[in-house]
Design a protein. Structure first.
Length: 340
């Protein structure tokens, strides 16, 4: 009897060891350089902009549903972080990733690295932020960035028209040039606002109208506050603009902080973008008038769908393109106090 029990225990141990060995082989296979389903995802971290945590969670979910062997890389939205992201891209490529989802912290540094040109077999899908002037980009998954600018501008124009005022003051807080989307937001807004500015109906008291004059150093709250403090220098004590086009919620939050610090309690009409938790609180408390929800879940679905089509070698067709690169848009949603 004792002999039978020992034999059974031995069989179980051997069987368990075999299963562990198979599991190890499976894990190893997922990390092989020739694994056709290996996908690297490079994103900014959420230290400056909360929404990147949402993007990461969405992409983990939908890419996981396709059973990809996915590896995530994150870096801060700083000049040093942009350099770090270039090295992360190098690591991902050297590690055998043939499919890459990339949200560039500084697209110019990605281009300057030459990594995509040196590895033409790697397929890159830009998530949210396009990388211009690079023929190695396969697809873009984003929102219509100019449309977001137009949505912000139209909201402000509706406020102007309903105010009953002949003229109204406005100032601009835009994002950094390292993010190619930032100038697109500005261009989209200016399509609608510029005629009113030219006719003297919208007055930019600071005189700062061109993108080069209104771009912030980063998307951070601190840089939004710094930019708003600068604009307030062109107003008398206790005075402020009637409207502020802040390109995202961080810049809006910075503007609110600067206004409050200046002793202004009558907060102007301020726009935003990203539908962050603090933007929701600002909107509910009357400090921010609106934000744009970029429909991040739909954007993640589009990104994963594109990656799956590339992995299966059945490229999907899009009727839209940016500089000849096929693009899939998620639909942005205007959020006001009535949305919560």
């Amino acid at each position: 009897m004792k002999t039978k029990i020992l034999g059974l225990l031995t069989a179980i141990i051997v069987s368990g060891a075999t299963m562990l060995g198979l599991a190890s082989c499976s894990d190893s296979d997922d990390n092989k350089s020739d694994n056709p389903k290996k996908v690297a995802v490079l994103l900014p971290d959420d230290a400056s902009i909360d929404r990147w945590a949402i993007d990461k969670a969405n992409l983990e979910d939908v890419l996981g549903s396709y059973n990809f062997a996915t590896e995530f890389y994150e870096a801060p939205e700083t000049p040093e972080g942009a350099d770090q992201q270039v090295e992360q891209l190098r690591t991902a490529i050297n590690g055998g990733a043939k499919f890459i989802v990339l949200t560039a912290i500084d697209y110019q540094k990605i281009n300057a690295s030459g990594l995509l040109e040196q590895n033409p077999d790697v397929k890159v899908v830009c998530h949210d932020r396009i990388i211009p002037d690079n023929p190695r980009i396969a697809y873009v998954s984003t929102t219509d960035t100019k449309e977001i600018g137009r949505m912000q501008a139209m909201f402000l124009l509706n406020h102007y028209r309903s105010s009953g005022a002949t003229t109204i003051t406005i100032e601009f807080l835009e994002g950094p040039e390292t993010d190619v989307n930032a100038e697109d937001y500005y261009d989209g807004a200016m399509e609608l606002l510029k005629p009113y500015m030219n006719d003297g109906l919208l007055i930019v008291q600071s005189g700062k109208k061109e993108y080069s004059q209104v771009k912030a150093d980063s998307w951070s709250i601190a840089d939004g506050r710094k930019a708003m403090q600068d604009r307030l220098n062109y107003y008398g004590e206790g005075e402020r603009p009637d409207m502020i086009l802040a390109a995202n919620d961080n810049l809006a939050q910075g503007a609110i902080a600067a206004l409050v610090a200046a002793g202004i309690t009558d907060i102007p009409v301020i726009t935003g973008q990203d539908n962050t938790a603090f933007a929701e609180e600002n909107i509910k408390s009357g400090k921010q008038a609106m934000t744009i929800d970029k429909n991040l879940k739909e954007m993640a679905y589009n990104t994963a769908m594109i990656i799956n089509s590339l992995v299966s070698n059945s490229p999907v067709q899009s009727s839209r393109s940016i500089s000849g690169i096929p693009v899939f848009y998620s639909k942005p949603i205007l959020m006001t106090i009535d949305s919560y």
